[in-house]
Design a protein around this ligand. Sequence first.
Ligand code: IPD
Ligand code: CA
Ligand code: CA
Length: 267
Amino acid sequence: MDDLKIIRDLAQKAGDIMLEAHEIESVQTEKSGDYNLVTAYDVKVQTFLFKELKKLYPDAKFIGEEVGTDSPSPLEKGYSFIIDPIDGTTNFIHGYGISSVSIAMLKDAENYIGVVYNPYTKEMFYAKKGEGAFLNGKPVSVKDTGLNENLLGFGTSPYYRHIPYYNDGTFDILKALYPHCQDLRRAGSAALDICYVASARQGLFFELILQPYDYAAAAIILEEAGGIITQMDGSPISVERPVSILAGNRRCHEDFFRFTEKEQTER
Ligand code: IPD
Ligand code: CA
Ligand code: CA
């Protein structure tokens, strides 16, 4: 079985389901009154992916953002999938065109395959451990330039905005970094943000808290593209629990610590 091809094909089909949503009706939110939104399509896409993958990998563990997720640790023997059916749901609801299907496959608890697909732009980012990172068939890699020659991407940890540590922390860091970069970008899909670092569209991306399904697939792609992904204190990331994310090329990753020394000590 060509695992990578299987996952790319399924990501493409999942993306087609996302596009249908806009043809049929305006996207309805299931939860309202706050900013943590979920649509019927988040559930529909995850159900589709779990069902198709389970046919091919019946013994695998499945971790996803929506219902029906296995609770066991992905760090076990055999295959595990870590899936965000729609990363960038708020963008999806508003028809913003920057949302993705994100699928990570681990083999014996090791990174194996990462696929992130944006159906609006038809951009498929993917990587298989040891074989490099690609965008629609073309190799991608990070640049070797500092923050002053790059865009800086960030996420706002929107579901934690009521907690000053996350809210003020995000904007304090941005204030410190803004004078040292070319400009700021907030794309709205962490998975794509990390792939944009992998493909050198931006030099660095950070967010104070993300879930494993937001970054697991893109982390594999970024590492294969020569980039670095750690927590914001420089420690290794985990796919077992939510962590902060700092993803960059080597020079931008170093610049982050150089320019946020004060913010790091105050946090
Ligand atoms: C969110 C997106 C967003 C990031 C949030 C994530 P969701 O995922 O990746 O860019 O800022 O922290 O939770 O909820 O759209 O799957
Ligand atoms: Ca997400
Ligand atoms: Ca999601």
